[in-house]
Design a protein around this ligand. Sequence first.
Ligand SMILES: NC(=O)c1ccc[n+]([C@@H]2O[C@H](COP(=O)([O-])OP(=O)(O)OC[C@H]3O[C@@H](n4cnc5c(N)ncnc54)[C@H](O)[C@@H]3O)[C@@H](O)[C@H]2O)c1
Length: 349
Amino acid sequence: MAKVRVGVAGYGTIGQRLADGVAKQGDMELVGIADMAPTLAIRALYEKGMPYNLYLVDGADKSKFDELGIPVAGNFMDLVNNVDIMLDSSPAGIGLKNKVNIYEKAGVKAIFQGGEKNEVADVFFHGYANFEKGVDKNYLKLTSCNTTGLIRTVDCLDRAYGIEKVAITIIRRVADPGDYNRGLTNALMMEKAPTHQAVDLMTIMPHINATGILVHTPVTHGHIITVLAHGKQKITKEMALEAFKKHPRIRMLRMADGFMGNASYFKYGRDLGHVRGDMYEVGLWEDSIVESGDDIMYALVIPQEAVTIPETMDGIRAAMHMQETREEGTAETNKYLGIGACKDLGLGF
Ligand SMILES: NC(=O)c1ccc[n+]([C@@H]2O[C@H](COP(=O)([O-])OP(=O)(O)OC[C@H]3O[C@@H](n4cnc5c(N)ncnc54)[C@H](O)[C@@H]3O)[C@@H](O)[C@H]2O)c1
């Protein structure tokens, strides 16, 4: 079977990781990436020897790339016309314009990221929760970083035991590392309830009643979500642990091992030698799982820069009909991204 040809629009925080993710999939070919300006990420790509072909979107000033000697393979249409599917990780709102003005006209499928409105896509997609709904569709939208990780854990319990209701608290990192445009802050900031992640969860899993509160915090290395879940049956700590431990994209963390918080998880990604310290899995504290009457409560850390990459790869597999079921689709993605291998090591992850 010919490799599925993929392009990435917007080589920022998410786009760089999407490109790397596609490059690792043995059954896909990364045709190239497109951006607007010679950002630090593009300069780093050049310094790394241009492993990916660079295309320029409309409005980009090619002379700025020429001055730096950065080679340009062509314009955006050259890329779009040469792929089966585009991964659009341009700034929120641009994806919709690209869909209407470019992808639809070129007859090319596309997957959008969390910043776009849901209306941009045929299906609001999550690799584990609704893979089959994405099969053969032209336009998918990924859940945001928090929603992606949250749904992994709720779907895990839901499939094992049935879940009726969840209430969540999100302690949200306010910016990505290097986002100076967000300012230097030393305060917490409230968001109007219910938080969109709970509403998004209900859109993808309508049988679960969800609500929640979000608090922005001035940190950059990961969000933390606490979840209070009410099952169709009582879910004990042991039952929750058993289900979470089996999930390839959930790593179990213990404070006694040194996982004191969000920064330890980020540092572990660096110690593993992962590019940029990226972690594809969410980290879920074993020590945080606690029963409250008939409810079960737990806390997880969301590595916001990398967490949506696997589910986006699942999206390509669904939209391109490379596999038909969540089991097959997610297993292929996991294989190529090296996800889940740590489960066999006996480290307790
Ligand atoms: N940053 C995160 O942690 C995170 C997590 C999950 C989802 N998302 C979502 O991913 C999407 C991208 O966010 P990001 O954080 O990677 O943004 P970013 O600002 O880091 O990157 C955006 C890139 O797009 C480029 N660009 C600007 N105009 C463009 C155009 N017209 N066409 C193509 N590229 C253009 C910019 O130069 C930049 O390189 C958003 O929808 C966001 O909500 C972000």
